[in-house]
Ligand binder design. Structure first.
Ligand SMILES: [Zn+2]
Length: 155
């Protein structure tokens, strides 16, 4: 009978190289306790989010960074951008997204806050005050106080 051989140690990470889904740096999906937010159609939510951006003009990478708070799926992100363009919400040119809609978000009216234990949907930080963007398609959040401003393009 052979003596038990030492089990070869598998190099770290070698078994996950075929899982592109693991690349997401948004910890929200793993951490969120409920699926409540996903009731809203991500495309509608994303189009509305673009419509409320205060920047007016931003590069595509920044727009996609905002949309990543709605969906991790690049196909859905593209669908949001296409839908927004078809509806005249945005205009795309040379990697620049121009927001044509003037539906600016105003704090106190379209953003609500709740106290509790929240995980920021953008950066994954624990926050005691959750900021939610109220859109027709549904609520978008929670975010921390600085991330909500980033998401709506206030800074
Ligand atoms: Zn955050």
């Amino acid at each position: 009978m052979e003596a038990a051989k030492p089990v070869p140690v598998r190099p770290l990470g070698s078994s996950t190289s075929h899982s592109p889904g693991k690349r997401s740096r948004n910890p929200y999906h793993a951490a969120r306790p409920t699926a409540r937010v996903s009731d809203a159609d991500p495309v509608e939510l994303g189009v509305e989010l673009l419509a409320t951006l205060e920047d007016g003009k931003l590069d595509l990478a920044t727009a996609i960074d905002r949309l990543e708070t709605v969906t991790d799926d690049p196909h859905t992100t593209r669908e949001i951008l296409d839908t927004a363009e078809v509806r005249g919400v945005i205009e795309r040119e040379d990697g620049i997204v121009r927001v044509l809609s003037g539906e600016f978000v105003r704090f106190g009216r379209d953003v609500v806050t709740r106290e509790g234990e929240f995980t920021c949907r953008r950066c994954g930080a624990d926050v005691a005050t959750g900021y939610f963007l109220c859109l027709d398609a549904g609520e978008h959040g929670p975010f921390g106080s600085s991330c909500i401003e980033t998401v709506i393009g206030r800074r």
